[in-house]
Design a protein around this ligand. Sequence first.
Ligand code: PEP
Length: 253
Amino acid sequence: MRVPFLAGNWKMYKTVAEAVEFVRSLKGALAGVQGVEVAVCPPFTALHAVARELEDSNIVLGAQNMYWEEEGAYTGEISPVMLKETGCRYVILGHSERRQYFGERDEDVNAKVKAALKHGLVPIVCVGERLEEREAGDTEKIVGTQVRRSLAGLSGTELARLVVAYEPVWAIGTGRTASPEDAQEVNAFIRRVLAGMGGEEAARQVRIQYGGSVKPENAADLLGQPDIDGALVGGASLKVESFAAIVRAALRV
Ligand code: PEP
């Protein structure tokens, strides 16, 4: 029922020329692939060029962040209207790097999620605990609070439409991956929290990804878990071979 969703978060990598060359090659590698949804999330500067390159392909476009206002005197920010016009379908919100380096709070993420939905963008809402929080046994407390606050005030229909990415902070860019069992446990917990917020039907429909050092070697085991509906991939999405291999792993499970 839930179509697996693989999204590449390129972070602050690739110039426009590199981005266009990459998606040309990715289109070839994924030609004819069906049964999964694939998105790339380039830096803002490359969105327009990548959108043109992705026309009539089976790959969709996402952005890595946005502000919640439609327009205004907010130097350096990008609005949902601008992302929509560029051809984005998805927008990553509340990534741990935004929370850690740019001070984003759950309240900010919540305002962004509401603005994204209002403008027809599908938010990929990131949550996840830090290492010390996991070691203190606080994973569910932290992740539950992030989910409840970041998604506060949404209807069951809205919750059903969005994507949540469980990304333990200690697994992002570190080469350390959560075990499939640990990731499954937290994803199932998130689904229960969402059921409490928006009802069982919304919880059944919402896609919950795992993210944190996903690679071709560990993708099938992670994606084979019942509550892991795809992956948000950082480092391994920057090379066509490894990202395409992760997409193919999703097809096999
Ligand atoms: C990410 O940036 O969302 C991520 C999961 O990164 P990596 O795959 O490199 O750990």
